[in-house]
Write a protein that binds this ligand. Sequence first.
Ligand SMILES: [Zn+2]
Length: 142
Amino acid sequence: MTGHQCGSCSRGSNDLDELRRHSHQTGHVGFRENDGVNTSGAAEVVEDAESSGSKSGKGRIVVAAAVGLGVATALGVLAWKCMKLKAENDELAAENGELKNENGELNSLAGGLLAEVAELLTENEYLKSASGAGTTLRSYGS
Ligand SMILES: [Zn+2]
C-alpha cells in the first residue's frame, strides 16, 4: 500500500514529491494519505492559515474581552441611568400626586364656577324674557 494517492486518479506513491510532480504534469488536483485524510495541495495553505489563525485567534479573544468590557460598562451605565430614571420617576410620581390634588381642587373650583355660570345664565334668560328687563328697556326706548 502506498503512503499517498493522487486525488484525481489512482496514481499512488510513498513519495509526496513524486505525486507533486505528477500533479504538475497532469494537472490533477490534490492527493490523499492512505488513511483517507485529504491532504490536498491546499494542505500547506491550511497549515499557514492555522499558524496565523492562532495569532488572530488570540486577537479575537482580546476583541471579545474588550467587547465584554464595553458591554459591562454599557450595562453599568444603563443600570445607573435606570436608577436615575427611577428616582426621577419617583419624583414625577410625587409631583403627579400633587398635581392630582391640585386638579381635584381645580375640579371643585370649576364645579363652583359652573354653578355660578348656571345661575348667571338663568338670570340672563330672565333678563331676555318678556317679563324681564327687556321689556323695561324697550319701554324706555319708545
Ligand atoms: Zn493523478
